[in-house]
Design a protein around this ligand. Structure first.
Ligand code: GDP
Ligand code: IMO
Ligand code: MG
Length: 429
Protein backbone atom coordinates (compact mmCIF):
# COMPACT_ATOMS: atom_id res chain seq x y z
CA UNK A 1 0.00 0.00 0.00
CA UNK A 2 1.51 3.36 -1.00
CA UNK A 3 -1.26 5.89 -0.42
CA UNK A 4 -4.63 5.57 1.29
CA UNK A 5 -7.14 8.40 0.99
CA UNK A 6 -9.89 9.37 3.43
CA UNK A 7 -12.62 11.20 1.56
CA UNK A 8 -15.95 12.61 2.75
CA UNK A 9 -18.86 11.30 0.69
CA UNK A 10 -21.48 13.81 1.87
CA UNK A 11 -21.44 17.55 2.63
CA UNK A 12 -18.53 17.45 5.09
CA UNK A 13 -18.24 16.64 8.82
CA UNK A 14 -18.44 12.89 8.20
CA UNK A 15 -15.83 12.33 10.97
CA UNK A 16 -12.83 12.21 8.65
CA UNK A 17 -10.63 13.54 11.47
CA UNK A 18 -11.48 10.61 13.73
CA UNK A 19 -10.66 8.09 11.01
CA UNK A 20 -7.40 9.78 9.97
CA UNK A 21 -6.21 9.86 13.60
CA UNK A 22 -6.91 6.13 13.89
CA UNK A 23 -5.27 5.18 10.60
CA UNK A 24 -2.25 7.45 11.07
CA UNK A 25 -0.13 4.97 13.07
CA UNK A 26 -0.28 2.56 10.12
CA UNK A 27 1.32 5.24 7.90
CA UNK A 28 4.48 7.36 7.72
CA UNK A 29 3.05 10.65 6.47
CA UNK A 30 -0.37 12.31 6.75
CA UNK A 31 -1.17 14.87 4.05
CA UNK A 32 -3.84 17.61 4.03
CA UNK A 33 -4.12 18.66 0.41
CA UNK A 34 -7.13 21.00 -0.13
CA UNK A 35 -9.42 23.39 1.68
CA UNK A 36 -8.26 25.52 4.56
CA UNK A 37 -9.65 26.80 7.85
CA UNK A 38 -13.16 26.11 6.59
CA UNK A 39 -12.45 22.54 7.71
CA UNK A 40 -12.93 21.55 11.32
CA UNK A 41 -11.71 18.02 12.03
CA UNK A 42 -12.29 16.60 15.50
CA UNK A 43 -9.94 14.11 17.10
CA UNK A 44 -10.81 12.67 20.49
CA UNK A 45 -8.00 11.15 22.52
CA UNK A 46 -9.13 10.00 25.94
CA UNK A 47 -10.59 13.06 27.66
CA UNK A 48 -8.93 15.47 25.24
CA UNK A 49 -10.83 16.86 22.25
CA UNK A 50 -8.79 18.49 19.47
CA UNK A 51 -10.39 20.61 16.76
CA UNK A 52 -8.06 20.90 13.81
CA UNK A 53 -8.50 23.33 10.94
CA UNK A 54 -5.24 23.24 8.96
CA UNK A 55 -3.07 20.82 10.89
CA UNK A 56 -3.39 17.23 9.61
CA UNK A 57 -5.19 14.85 11.96
CA UNK A 58 -2.07 12.67 12.25
CA UNK A 59 -0.54 15.24 14.60
CA UNK A 60 -1.16 13.18 17.74
CA UNK A 61 0.85 10.22 16.46
CA UNK A 62 4.57 10.36 17.11
CA UNK A 63 7.03 9.33 14.37
CA UNK A 64 4.73 10.62 11.64
CA UNK A 65 5.34 13.57 9.39
CA UNK A 66 2.36 15.82 8.74
CA UNK A 67 2.28 17.73 5.48
CA UNK A 68 0.16 20.69 4.43
CA UNK A 69 0.38 20.30 0.66
CA UNK A 70 0.18 22.83 -2.23
CA UNK A 71 -3.60 22.63 -2.67
CA UNK A 72 -4.38 23.97 0.83
CA UNK A 73 -5.12 27.66 1.42
CA UNK A 74 -3.61 28.76 4.73
CA UNK A 75 -4.75 31.55 7.03
CA UNK A 76 -1.50 31.99 8.99
CA UNK A 77 -3.08 33.71 12.02
CA UNK A 78 -5.34 30.74 12.52
CA UNK A 79 -2.63 28.19 11.81
CA UNK A 80 -0.33 29.81 14.38
CA UNK A 81 -3.16 29.83 16.95
CA UNK A 82 -3.80 26.19 16.19
CA UNK A 83 -0.12 25.35 16.73
CA UNK A 84 -0.03 27.34 19.96
CA UNK A 85 -3.19 25.57 21.14
CA UNK A 86 -1.52 22.20 20.57
CA UNK A 87 1.70 23.40 22.25
CA UNK A 88 -0.35 24.50 25.27
CA UNK A 89 -1.54 20.91 25.59
CA UNK A 90 1.91 19.40 25.57
CA UNK A 91 2.15 18.53 21.87
CA UNK A 92 5.00 19.80 19.76
CA UNK A 93 3.48 20.08 16.28
CA UNK A 94 6.35 22.07 14.76
CA UNK A 95 8.66 19.09 15.18
CA UNK A 96 6.93 17.04 12.51
CA UNK A 97 4.96 19.50 10.37
CA UNK A 98 5.89 20.62 6.85
CA UNK A 99 4.07 23.37 4.98
CA UNK A 100 4.30 23.56 1.21
CA UNK A 101 5.94 26.69 -0.17
CA UNK A 102 3.39 26.41 -2.99
CA UNK A 103 0.33 26.60 -0.71
CA UNK A 104 -1.59 29.86 -1.01
CA UNK A 105 -2.04 32.37 1.78
CA UNK A 106 -5.47 33.58 2.86
CA UNK A 107 -4.77 37.29 3.27
CA UNK A 108 -6.79 39.87 5.26
CA UNK A 109 -8.44 41.07 2.04
CA UNK A 110 -9.74 37.56 1.35
CA UNK A 111 -11.42 37.41 4.76
CA UNK A 112 -12.88 40.84 4.18
CA UNK A 113 -14.16 39.92 0.72
CA UNK A 114 -15.72 36.67 1.96
CA UNK A 115 -17.56 38.55 4.72
CA UNK A 116 -18.71 41.26 2.31
CA UNK A 117 -20.21 38.94 -0.30
CA UNK A 118 -21.30 35.97 1.81
CA UNK A 119 -24.89 37.14 2.05
CA UNK A 120 -25.25 37.62 -1.69
CA UNK A 121 -28.02 35.46 -3.10
CA UNK A 122 -26.95 33.05 -5.82
CA UNK A 123 -29.42 30.71 -7.48
CA UNK A 124 -32.10 31.78 -5.00
CA UNK A 125 -30.15 31.32 -1.77
CA UNK A 126 -26.90 32.44 -0.16
CA UNK A 127 -24.07 29.89 -0.07
CA UNK A 128 -23.43 30.55 3.61
CA UNK A 129 -19.67 30.15 3.55
CA UNK A 130 -17.58 29.74 6.68
CA UNK A 131 -16.25 33.33 6.25
CA UNK A 132 -12.71 31.96 6.26
CA UNK A 133 -11.68 33.68 3.00
CA UNK A 134 -11.59 30.38 1.12
CA UNK A 135 -13.38 31.35 -2.12
CA UNK A 136 -11.60 34.71 -2.55
CA UNK A 137 -8.19 33.08 -1.93
CA UNK A 138 -8.78 30.31 -4.48
CA UNK A 139 -10.13 32.95 -6.89
CA UNK A 140 -6.85 34.88 -6.62
CA UNK A 141 -4.86 31.65 -6.97
CA UNK A 142 -6.56 30.96 -10.30
CA UNK A 143 -6.27 34.63 -11.30
CA UNK A 144 -2.54 34.61 -10.37
CA UNK A 145 -1.99 38.40 -10.47
CA UNK A 146 -2.95 39.02 -6.84
CA UNK A 147 -1.98 35.68 -5.34
CA UNK A 148 0.29 35.16 -2.34
CA UNK A 149 1.98 31.82 -1.69
CA UNK A 150 3.71 30.67 1.46
CA UNK A 151 7.05 31.15 -0.33
CA UNK A 152 6.22 34.84 -0.74
CA UNK A 153 6.12 35.25 3.04
CA UNK A 154 9.80 34.37 3.30
CA UNK A 155 10.90 36.20 0.13
CA UNK A 156 12.99 39.39 0.31
CA UNK A 157 10.50 40.91 -2.15
CA UNK A 158 7.65 40.66 0.38
CA UNK A 159 7.19 44.44 1.00
CA UNK A 160 7.02 45.23 -2.74
CA UNK A 161 4.66 42.35 -3.41
CA UNK A 162 2.28 43.45 -0.61
CA UNK A 163 2.34 47.07 -1.79
CA UNK A 164 1.46 46.05 -5.38
CA UNK A 165 -1.42 43.85 -4.31
CA UNK A 166 -2.78 46.25 -1.68
CA UNK A 167 -2.82 49.11 -4.24
CA UNK A 168 -4.99 46.97 -6.57
CA UNK A 169 -7.17 45.57 -3.80
CA UNK A 170 -7.98 49.04 -2.46
CA UNK A 171 -9.43 49.93 -5.84
CA UNK A 172 -11.14 46.58 -6.45
CA UNK A 173 -12.74 46.25 -3.01
CA UNK A 174 -13.78 49.87 -2.40
CA UNK A 175 -17.32 49.26 -3.65
CA UNK A 176 -18.04 46.28 -1.37
CA UNK A 177 -15.93 46.89 1.75
CA UNK A 178 -16.97 49.03 4.72
CA UNK A 179 -14.79 52.03 5.71
CA UNK A 180 -13.51 50.00 8.70
CA UNK A 181 -12.56 47.12 6.41
CA UNK A 182 -10.85 49.53 4.00
CA UNK A 183 -8.79 50.93 6.88
CA UNK A 184 -7.43 47.40 7.40
CA UNK A 185 -5.95 47.45 3.90
CA UNK A 186 -2.72 49.15 4.88
CA UNK A 187 0.40 47.88 3.10
CA UNK A 188 2.79 48.71 5.96
CA UNK A 189 0.69 46.96 8.61
CA UNK A 190 0.06 43.95 6.42
CA UNK A 191 3.78 43.63 5.63
CA UNK A 192 4.57 43.60 9.35
CA UNK A 193 1.89 40.98 9.89
CA UNK A 194 3.40 38.80 7.13
CA UNK A 195 6.84 39.18 8.67
CA UNK A 196 5.49 37.91 12.00
CA UNK A 197 3.90 34.98 10.18
CA UNK A 198 7.19 34.26 8.43
CA UNK A 199 9.08 34.25 11.73
CA UNK A 200 6.67 31.73 13.22
CA UNK A 201 6.05 29.48 10.22
CA UNK A 202 9.19 30.04 8.09
CA UNK A 203 11.17 27.04 9.40
CA UNK A 204 8.36 24.69 8.34
CA UNK A 205 7.93 26.08 4.81
CA UNK A 206 9.45 23.58 2.36
CA UNK A 207 9.03 22.00 -1.06
CA UNK A 208 6.72 19.21 0.08
CA UNK A 209 6.26 17.77 -3.41
CA UNK A 210 9.83 16.44 -3.64
CA UNK A 211 9.51 15.24 -0.05
CA UNK A 212 6.40 13.17 -0.85
CA UNK A 213 7.96 11.73 -4.03
CA UNK A 214 11.09 10.75 -2.08
CA UNK A 215 8.93 9.12 0.60
CA UNK A 216 7.05 7.10 -2.01
CA UNK A 217 10.29 6.03 -3.70
CA UNK A 218 11.56 4.89 -0.29
CA UNK A 219 8.48 2.69 0.18
CA UNK A 220 6.84 4.86 2.83
CA UNK A 221 3.08 4.93 3.29
CA UNK A 222 1.01 8.06 2.89
CA UNK A 223 -2.41 8.85 4.30
CA UNK A 224 -4.25 11.57 2.41
CA UNK A 225 -6.76 13.52 4.50
CA UNK A 226 -9.59 15.06 2.51
CA UNK A 227 -11.40 18.11 3.81
CA UNK A 228 -15.07 18.95 3.23
CA UNK A 229 -16.98 16.29 1.30
CA UNK A 230 -17.54 15.13 -2.26
CA UNK A 231 -20.90 16.90 -2.57
CA UNK A 232 -19.06 20.17 -1.87
CA UNK A 233 -16.56 19.56 -4.71
CA UNK A 234 -16.21 22.69 -6.87
CA UNK A 235 -16.56 20.77 -10.16
CA UNK A 236 -18.65 17.75 -9.24
CA UNK A 237 -20.70 18.82 -6.22
CA UNK A 238 -24.01 20.62 -5.78
CA UNK A 239 -22.72 23.78 -7.49
CA UNK A 240 -22.90 26.69 -6.67
CA UNK A 241 -23.52 25.48 -3.10
CA UNK A 242 -20.05 24.00 -2.81
CA UNK A 243 -16.63 24.98 -1.56
CA UNK A 244 -13.87 26.25 -3.87
CA UNK A 245 -11.66 23.17 -4.11
CA UNK A 246 -11.89 19.60 -5.38
CA UNK A 247 -13.16 18.04 -2.18
CA UNK A 248 -13.93 14.64 -3.74
CA UNK A 249 -11.41 11.88 -4.43
CA UNK A 250 -10.52 13.46 -7.76
CA UNK A 251 -8.73 16.30 -5.92
CA UNK A 252 -6.16 14.15 -4.12
CA UNK A 253 -3.52 14.20 -6.85
CA UNK A 254 -3.80 17.83 -7.90
CA UNK A 255 -3.80 19.06 -4.31
CA UNK A 256 -0.95 16.91 -3.03
CA UNK A 257 1.32 16.48 -6.05
CA UNK A 258 1.12 12.70 -5.63
CA UNK A 259 0.44 11.08 -9.02
CA UNK A 260 -2.55 8.74 -9.45
CA UNK A 261 -0.46 5.57 -9.85
CA UNK A 262 0.48 5.67 -6.16
CA UNK A 263 -3.10 5.81 -4.87
CA UNK A 264 -4.27 2.34 -4.02
CA UNK A 265 -7.04 2.70 -1.46
CA UNK A 266 -9.92 5.13 -1.23
CA UNK A 267 -11.93 5.07 1.98
CA UNK A 268 -15.19 6.96 1.59
CA UNK A 269 -16.52 8.29 4.89
CA UNK A 270 -20.25 8.80 5.44
CA UNK A 271 -22.51 9.34 8.40
CA UNK A 272 -25.36 6.89 8.86
CA UNK A 273 -27.64 9.89 8.14
CA UNK A 274 -27.03 13.22 6.36
CA UNK A 275 -26.03 16.69 7.47
CA UNK A 276 -25.27 19.92 5.69
CA UNK A 277 -24.10 23.34 6.93
CA UNK A 278 -24.84 26.45 4.91
CA UNK A 279 -27.19 26.85 1.95
CA UNK A 280 -28.10 24.60 -0.94
CA UNK A 281 -30.48 21.79 -1.85
CA UNK A 282 -30.78 18.87 0.57
CA UNK A 283 -33.52 16.46 -0.57
CA UNK A 284 -33.66 14.34 2.61
CA UNK A 285 -33.55 17.26 5.05
CA UNK A 286 -35.85 16.82 8.05
CA UNK A 287 -37.29 20.10 9.26
CA UNK A 288 -39.28 18.36 11.96
CA UNK A 289 -38.76 16.75 15.36
CA UNK A 290 -36.86 13.84 13.84
CA UNK A 291 -34.29 16.23 12.36
CA UNK A 292 -34.06 17.99 15.71
CA UNK A 293 -33.57 14.63 17.47
CA UNK A 294 -30.70 13.68 15.15
CA UNK A 295 -29.11 17.12 15.72
CA UNK A 296 -29.31 16.86 19.49
CA UNK A 297 -28.19 13.22 19.82
CA UNK A 298 -25.45 13.66 17.22
CA UNK A 299 -24.43 17.09 18.62
CA UNK A 300 -24.65 18.36 15.08
CA UNK A 301 -23.24 21.86 15.49
CA UNK A 302 -20.41 23.10 13.24
CA UNK A 303 -16.84 22.47 14.43
CA UNK A 304 -15.63 25.64 12.70
CA UNK A 305 -18.55 28.08 12.96
CA UNK A 306 -20.80 26.55 15.64
CA UNK A 307 -23.78 26.78 13.27
CA UNK A 308 -26.50 24.15 13.78
CA UNK A 309 -26.12 21.56 11.03
CA UNK A 310 -29.13 20.73 8.90
CA UNK A 311 -30.00 17.05 9.44
CA UNK A 312 -31.81 14.42 7.40
CA UNK A 313 -32.03 10.75 6.43
CA UNK A 314 -29.26 8.92 4.61
CA UNK A 315 -29.33 9.77 0.91
CA UNK A 316 -28.16 6.70 -1.02
CA UNK A 317 -28.66 8.45 -4.38
CA UNK A 318 -26.17 11.16 -3.46
CA UNK A 319 -23.69 8.80 -1.78
CA UNK A 320 -23.84 6.26 -4.63
CA UNK A 321 -22.84 9.13 -6.93
CA UNK A 322 -20.01 10.36 -4.69
CA UNK A 323 -18.73 6.85 -3.97
CA UNK A 324 -18.31 6.35 -7.73
CA UNK A 325 -16.89 9.83 -8.24
CA UNK A 326 -14.36 9.37 -5.47
CA UNK A 327 -13.64 5.76 -6.42
CA UNK A 328 -14.37 4.54 -2.89
CA UNK A 329 -13.34 0.92 -2.44
CA UNK A 330 -14.33 0.89 1.24
CA UNK A 331 -17.07 2.62 3.18
CA UNK A 332 -16.45 3.97 6.66
CA UNK A 333 -19.92 4.37 8.14
CA UNK A 334 -19.99 6.70 11.13
CA UNK A 335 -22.39 7.83 13.89
CA UNK A 336 -24.37 4.60 14.02
CA UNK A 337 -24.92 5.22 17.74
CA UNK A 338 -26.90 8.37 16.94
CA UNK A 339 -29.59 6.23 15.29
CA UNK A 340 -29.92 3.93 18.32
CA UNK A 341 -33.33 5.12 19.40
CA UNK A 342 -35.57 5.44 16.36
CA UNK A 343 -38.52 3.09 15.77
CA UNK A 344 -37.88 3.18 12.07
CA UNK A 345 -35.25 4.61 9.79
CA UNK A 346 -35.57 5.86 6.27
CA UNK A 347 -33.07 5.67 3.46
CA UNK A 348 -33.55 7.60 0.24
CA UNK A 349 -33.20 5.11 -2.62
CA UNK A 350 -34.33 7.30 -5.52
CA UNK A 351 -35.75 10.74 -6.28
CA UNK A 352 -38.92 11.80 -7.95
CA UNK A 353 -37.99 14.62 -10.30
CA UNK A 354 -40.80 16.33 -12.24
CA UNK A 355 -42.98 13.23 -11.97
CA UNK A 356 -40.25 10.78 -13.02
CA UNK A 357 -38.29 8.39 -10.82
CA UNK A 358 -34.52 8.70 -11.06
CA UNK A 359 -31.64 7.12 -9.18
CA UNK A 360 -29.17 9.76 -10.38
CA UNK A 361 -28.09 13.01 -8.71
CA UNK A 362 -29.01 15.89 -11.05
CA UNK A 363 -26.09 18.12 -12.04
CA UNK A 364 -28.06 21.34 -11.53
CA UNK A 365 -28.97 22.75 -8.11
CA UNK A 366 -32.43 23.84 -9.33
CA UNK A 367 -33.26 20.29 -10.39
CA UNK A 368 -31.91 18.85 -7.13
CA UNK A 369 -34.11 21.30 -5.26
CA UNK A 370 -37.16 19.87 -7.09
CA UNK A 371 -36.23 16.28 -6.18
CA UNK A 372 -38.50 14.55 -3.72
CA UNK A 373 -36.92 11.62 -1.89
CA UNK A 374 -38.35 8.14 -2.40
CA UNK A 375 -37.74 6.30 0.84
CA UNK A 376 -37.29 2.73 1.87
CA UNK A 377 -38.19 2.23 5.53
CA UNK A 378 -36.11 -0.04 7.71
CA UNK A 379 -36.83 -1.08 11.30
CA UNK A 380 -34.81 0.66 14.03
CA UNK A 381 -32.86 -1.35 16.59
CA UNK A 382 -33.89 0.45 19.80
CA UNK A 383 -30.67 -0.48 21.54
CA UNK A 384 -27.61 1.59 22.38
CA UNK A 385 -24.86 0.48 19.98
CA UNK A 386 -22.16 2.75 21.39
CA UNK A 387 -20.78 -0.26 23.31
CA UNK A 388 -20.49 -2.46 20.24
CA UNK A 389 -16.89 -3.44 19.48
CA UNK A 390 -17.28 -6.13 16.83
CA UNK A 391 -19.58 -6.78 13.91
CA UNK A 392 -21.36 -9.68 15.59
CA UNK A 393 -22.36 -7.51 18.58
CA UNK A 394 -24.65 -5.30 16.48
CA UNK A 395 -28.39 -5.97 16.82
CA UNK A 396 -29.79 -7.71 13.74
CA UNK A 397 -31.64 -4.59 12.57
CA UNK A 398 -28.48 -2.51 12.78
CA UNK A 399 -26.65 -5.11 10.65
CA UNK A 400 -29.51 -4.97 8.22
CA UNK A 401 -29.29 -1.16 8.01
CA UNK A 402 -25.51 -1.23 7.48
CA UNK A 403 -25.74 -3.98 4.85
CA UNK A 404 -28.51 -2.21 2.99
CA UNK A 405 -26.54 1.04 2.77
CA UNK A 406 -23.48 -0.83 1.57
CA UNK A 407 -25.61 -2.62 -1.04
CA UNK A 408 -27.31 0.59 -2.22
CA UNK A 409 -24.03 2.39 -2.79
CA UNK A 410 -22.20 -0.73 -4.03
CA UNK A 411 -19.24 -0.30 -1.69
CA UNK A 412 -18.17 -2.83 0.99
CA UNK A 413 -17.98 -1.69 4.59
CA UNK A 414 -14.43 -1.22 5.88
CA UNK A 415 -14.99 0.67 9.14
CA UNK A 416 -17.95 1.26 11.47
CA UNK A 417 -18.08 3.96 14.12
CA UNK A 418 -20.36 3.99 17.16
CA UNK A 419 -19.08 7.03 19.04
CA UNK A 420 -16.43 9.77 18.98
CA UNK A 421 -13.82 7.84 21.00
CA UNK A 422 -11.07 5.83 19.37
CA UNK A 423 -12.29 2.59 20.96
CA UNK A 424 -15.76 3.11 19.50
CA UNK A 425 -14.62 1.88 16.12
CA UNK A 426 -14.89 -1.47 14.38
CA UNK A 427 -12.25 -2.08 11.71
CA UNK A 428 -12.97 -4.69 9.06
CA UNK A 429 -9.87 -3.70 7.05
P1 GDP B 1 -14.84 15.99 10.04
O1 GDP B 1 -14.87 17.42 9.63
O2 GDP B 1 -15.23 15.08 8.93
O3 GDP B 1 -13.53 15.57 10.66
O4 GDP B 1 -15.96 15.82 11.18
P2 GDP B 1 -16.25 16.82 12.41
O5 GDP B 1 -15.16 16.70 13.39
O6 GDP B 1 -16.57 18.19 11.92
O7 GDP B 1 -17.61 16.23 12.97
C1 GDP B 1 -17.71 14.92 13.42
C2 GDP B 1 -18.16 14.95 14.90
O8 GDP B 1 -18.68 13.69 15.27
C3 GDP B 1 -17.04 15.21 15.87
O9 GDP B 1 -17.54 15.93 16.97
C4 GDP B 1 -16.61 13.81 16.30
O10 GDP B 1 -16.00 13.78 17.59
C5 GDP B 1 -17.93 13.10 16.33
N1 GDP B 1 -17.92 11.66 16.02
C6 GDP B 1 -17.06 10.96 15.25
N2 GDP B 1 -17.48 9.69 15.09
C7 GDP B 1 -18.62 9.58 15.78
C8 GDP B 1 -19.56 8.52 16.01
O11 GDP B 1 -19.43 7.41 15.49
N3 GDP B 1 -20.63 8.81 16.81
C9 GDP B 1 -20.82 10.02 17.37
N4 GDP B 1 -21.88 10.20 18.14
N5 GDP B 1 -19.98 11.05 17.15
C10 GDP B 1 -18.90 10.83 16.38
P1 IMO C 1 -14.92 19.63 7.04
O1 IMO C 1 -13.55 19.41 6.47
C1 IMO C 1 -19.00 21.11 6.37
C2 IMO C 1 -19.45 24.45 3.58
C3 IMO C 1 -19.90 25.78 4.16
C4 IMO C 1 -20.65 26.36 2.97
C5 IMO C 1 -19.83 25.87 1.78
C6 IMO C 1 -18.83 26.91 1.25
O2 IMO C 1 -14.94 19.95 8.48
O3 IMO C 1 -15.84 18.52 6.66
P2 IMO C 1 -16.52 27.86 2.18
O4 IMO C 1 -16.19 28.57 3.47
O5 IMO C 1 -15.76 26.61 1.96
O6 IMO C 1 -16.46 28.78 0.99
O7 IMO C 1 -18.08 27.45 2.32
O8 IMO C 1 -19.12 24.73 2.22
N1 IMO C 1 -18.25 23.87 4.21
C7 IMO C 1 -18.28 22.82 5.04
N2 IMO C 1 -19.32 22.13 5.56
N3 IMO C 1 -17.73 20.74 6.67
C8 IMO C 1 -16.67 21.40 6.14
O9 IMO C 1 -15.40 20.99 6.30
C9 IMO C 1 -16.92 22.52 5.31
N4 IMO C 1 -16.14 23.40 4.67
C10 IMO C 1 -16.97 24.21 3.99
O10 IMO C 1 -20.73 25.61 5.28
O11 IMO C 1 -21.92 25.77 2.87
MG1 MG D 1 -15.83 19.22 10.21
Amino acid sequence: MAATCVIGLQWGDEAKGKLVDLLAPRHDVVVRYQGGANAGHTVVSGKEVYKLHHVPSGILSSNITNVIAPGVVIEPNMLIKELEGLEGRGINPRRNLMISDRAHVVMPWHMLEDRAINKTVVSGESIGTTNRGIGPCYRDKVGRTHAMRMADLISPNLPDRIREIVDSKRVLLSSIASPEDMAELDAGRITELCQRWATSLGPMIKDTTYFLHDQLDAGKKLLMEGAQGSLLDIDHGTYPFVTSSNASGVGVCSGSGVPPRWIDRMIGVAKAYSTRVGGGPFPTELLDETGQKIREIGREYGTTTGRPRRCGWFDAVAVRYTARLSGANYLSLMMLDVLSYFDELKVCVAYELDGERTDRLPSQADALRRCKPIYETLPGWSKDVSYVRSLDQFPANARRYIDRISELISVPVGVLSVGPDREQTIFLI
